[in-house]
Write a protein that binds this ligand. Structure first.
Ligand code: GLC
Ligand code: GLC
Length: 825
């Protein structure tokens, strides 16, 4: 069952009912100011850091769901409603929500009154602009009352939902003309405030929540709205809000447009106040308001936003026989990559914005799907991330976007972290040809005095693996590898201990983790990523160092066959007792997805590749995607940690963890199995899950982290009920990796150090496809023909009329357009 449809021409998903199976959200803003907005206008805004600069309040895990947002209330002679249906939830005569690229348009209609609200964050602007168009579609004059509503968060989102003894006494606002200013703590240590304005005279306002809503009422029945008036309240502590009140009369057919602006302002300390030393200096705020306070200026801002996305989405465009592929590649997957690049895993409807900042491994991987869009931002990010690395190659697992400093609470020792940086820096160089990044001086541990070249960072990353091997010569597993929930040194038997940070006294003297437990996944990642490091060294003419690094890779490949090959697939790990994990010898968790893809793409062994792909299809594949492990763990294994705490079928315990599905899609495509690759791709790609949105639950236009696996509910006799149900949408490495899987492996358009490689691995039934790709200043017009209906194999390549051997289009400096024609066979 569907709840809307794709409007590809406008790059929108159109939601046709407010009662989606879960709130379906969108993101506004791409630089400093961000908003989350659901299809019923729920959500919140923040500046740069969802924890430290939360602007409006939101209630996670609330009953009913999705409470807190930017709400407009209408009281039309006793009929009270919101354009987005919620929170009053009066049945509307018409409803529609269009989530587009950086904007959302919500339209509601009741009793001949139509309210269309467009929300967006303009380019280079720290605010959300909301245009409300009210139209009387009836034949008689209408007089009604209208309120806006936003609830301020007292800046630190964590403190805001815990520290009530203090916070209920600090709230402060200021009201001037039609603008309500939020200035809690501005008098003392903050040099920032927020405001909510409207471009029209108002008939009143409220800034005290209890006056507006009423202590025992809710968002669905604010007292002032019920009474058809406002309290003109001045908040004094408690919960400050911003609500404008207006009485409106519209003749038949008449429209009225209001533009609201929710803005964030930072002021230099010496300019914070007017001469009286306490009134906010509003210079900057007024300039911001001035910028968008008419429908014309609003339209110009929207036009600019559209142009921005036209440009970004113009970089890669494909035309394949499958509409669903086209809409994922050309629109939604790329859009999601921008969002994950910006927000890492911080703020969504499943990530509270206070839990995690930017992840080292996550942000590095996010770059893989984003780098072609704005390489300069990727470069800046790479430098930020690398600055949180330590001199021995280890790194902080997370950092705060506002301070860009490593997060000491979580610390380091995640065994895979450093490797992702080699991959992300390589992908940046492959995209741009900008080798100079390797010379950039980058601090260690955010300490400028410890700055060394980026190449040095890559070198210590590579050798961090080599220098931390276990008894079999495989990399030590440490606190966890990519799978945060395989915690082989934790042995936790006490509730509340964090699986990622708890150090068992057993391993205290060994540096916090077992020197026995080894990760086959990290080994496979090392053999996949390592050749990029070797390629870089060779390019720089450092042949000896390249040779030395290659020898380590070759050695690791041998170790993998000698000690980690289980006969039909690669094992997952050795635990701290030296026992095999992810082996046919295990009682549960015999096969794991994670190491398989990278092992295949490392060309470790031809026969192993074949057997592994067969085992994956047999043991892990389902109609809703590939489960992470099989059989699921049905009890707690103290030696494995968090993974076995999840009921089977969820999260890392045999859930369909879509992030690692992409690695198999890449691997199958790499191995020439285009049909197999495409099958897995279409099992999880959102556009394909749209038809079963009632089951899938989360947005049909973006990936989620997890889909319930075939074991979901089996422990409680509910097998099958939640198999296929999505959770944790938006902020997942799946976005970047599936972008890589479809564009670089299946469609085969893959930037390489020496030029653009084109080596598709597609379903045999396809006749071919066309694509355009902007790459290093030239536009590549690519045509793929598949007359013999094979999956993979470039039989011939013609570049600008001349036959070229192989499948890498050589890079020619200064060329603006390149025509590439490939025949498979
Ligand atoms: C989450 C984390 C990611 C981790 C994955 C598997 O998506 O953000 O870092 O690799 O879970 O545990
Ligand atoms: C939990 C989650 C996992 C996530 C991790 C991040 O373990 O299950 O998916 O990666 O937290 O710390």
């Amino acid at each position: 069952m569907k709840f809307g449809h794709f409007d590809d021409a406008n790059r929108e998903y159109v939601i046709e009912t407010p009662r989606t199976p879960y709130p379906w959200i969108n993101y506004l803003g791409t630089q400093g100011f961000f908003s989350l907005i659901s299809n019923t206008a729920g959500g919140y805004s923040f500046y740069k850091d969802a924890r430290l600069r939360r602007i409006t309040r939101y209630r996670y895990n609330n009953v009913p769901i999705d409470m807190g947002g930017r709400y407009f209330y209408i009281n039309d002679n006793g009929t009270i409603w919101n354009p987005g249906w919620s929170p009053v939830k009066t049945e509307l005569d018409a409803y529609e929500c269009r989530h587009g690229m950086g904007y959302t348009i919500i339209t509601g209609k009741k009793n001949d009154l139509k309210a269309q609200v467009t929300f967006f964050v303009p380019q280079d602007y720290d605010g959300e602009v909301q245009q409300v168009v009210l139209t009387n579609e009836g034949s008689a004059t209408k007089t009604f009352k209208f309120w806006s509503f936003a609830e301020w968060c007292l800046w630190d989102a964590q403190d805001d939902c815990t520290n009530f003894q203090r916070n209920f006494s600090t709230g402060r606002v200021e009201i001037k003309d039609s603008t309500i200013y939020h200035k809690t703590e501005y008098r003392d240590r903050r040099n920032h405030f927020a405001f909510y304005s409207v471009n029209d005279k108002i008939d009143g306002y409220d800034t005290d929540r209890d006056t507006f809503i009423g202590l025992y009422n809710g968002f669905h029945n604010p007292q002032q709205v019920l009474d058809g008036k406002c309290g003109n309240s001045l908040a004094d502590g408690w919960s400050p809000i911003a609500s404008h009140y207006k009485e409106i009369t519209l003749k038949a057919g008449e429209s009225k447009t209001l533009v609201f602006i929710l803005g964030y302002v930072e002021m230099p300390v010496e300019k914070k106040f007017e001469a009286d030393g306490k009134t906010i200096n509003k210079e900057k705020a007024l300039a911001m308001i001035e910028k968008y306070n008419t429908p014309e200026k609003f339209a110009a801002g929207m036009k600019e936003l559209r142009a921005y996305w036209d440009k970004l989405l113009g970089i890669l465009n494909v035309n394949t026989p499958e509409d669903k592929v086209n809409r994922m590649v050309n629109i939604w997957n790329q859009y999601q990559c921008m969002v994950t690049f910006n927000l890492s895993r911080s703020a969504s409807y499943f990530e509270s914005g206070i839990g995690r900042g930017m992840g080292f491994r996550d942000s590095n991987q996010d770059i893989l799907g984003f780098v072609h869009q704005i390489p300069d931002r990727a470069r800046e990010r790479l430098i930020d991330i690398a600055s949180t690395q330590l001199e021995d190659g280890g790194c902080y697992h997370q950092y705060q976007p506002l301070t860009k400093k490593g997060n000491a609470d979580i610390g380091g020792d995640f065994s895979d972290d450093p490797l992702w940086m080699i991959l992300s820096v390589s992908s940046y160089i492959k995209e741009t040809g900008d080798w100079s990044i390797l010379d950039a001086k980058v601090p260690y541990d955010n300490d400028e005095s410890k700055a060394k070249s980026m190449l040095d960072h890559l070198t210590v990353s590579f050798y961090h693996i080599v220098n931390n091997l276990g008894p079999h010569g495989l990399p030590l597993a440490m606190r966890a590898d990519w799978n945060d929930c395989i915690n082989l040194s934790c042995f936790s038997d006490t509730p509340g201990e964090s699986f990622q940070t708890y150090t068992n006294p057993k391993f205290k003297n060994e540096g916090g983790y077992s020197k026995i437990a080894e990760s086959v996944f990290v080994a496979a990642l090392f053999t996949y990523v390592g050749p990029n490091f070797v390629g870089i060294l060779n390019h720089l003419g450092k042949a000896d160092e390249a040779k030395k690094a290659q020898a380590e890779i070759d050695k690791m490949k041998k170790v993998m066959m000698d000690s980690a090959w289980d006969g039909n697939w690669f094992m997952r790990a050795y635990d701290a007792n030296g026992q095999k994990m992810g082996s046919k010898e295990c009682e549960e968790g015999q096969i794991f997805i994670e190491p398989q893809g990278f092992a295949i793409m490392s060309d470790i062994d031809k026969d192993a590749t074949k057997k592994t792909l067969a085992a994956i299809d047999e043991r892990l594949n389902t109609k809703h995607g590939l489960v992470l492990n099989n059989p699921a763990f049905s009890k707690y294994y103290v030696q494995y940690g968090e993974i076995s705490t999840y009921p089977g079928g969820y999260k890392e315990n045999a859930g369909i963890f879509t992030h690692n599905n992409a690695w198999i899609i890449c691997a199958a495509a790499y191995a020439g199995e285009g049909d197999q690759a495409f099958k897995y791709y279409s099992e999880i790609a959102p556009a394909y899950t749209e038809e079963t949105s009632d089951l899938h639950k989360t947005e049909p236009y973006v990936y989620g982290q997890m889909i319930g696996g075939k074991d979901a509910g089996s422990d409680i006799g509910q097998t099958g009920k939640n198999f296929g149900q999505g959770k944790n949408s938006w902020l997942t490495g799946t976005a970047a990796w599936n972008m890589v899987a479809i564009s670089q492996y299946i469609l085969g358009i893959q930037p390489d150090f020496d030029g653009l490689k084109v080596d598709p691995s597609i379903p045999a039934t396809w006749d071919g496809f066309t694509a355009t790709r902007l790459f290093r200043g030239a536009k590549y017009n690519i045509t793929i023909k598949n007359p013999s209906h094979v999956c993979k194999g470039v039989k011939s390549m013609v570049v600008d009329g001349a036959a070229v051997d192989g499948c890498v289009v050589p890079y020619v400096e200064g060329k603006k357009e390149v025509n590439v024609e490939i025949t498979l066979g």
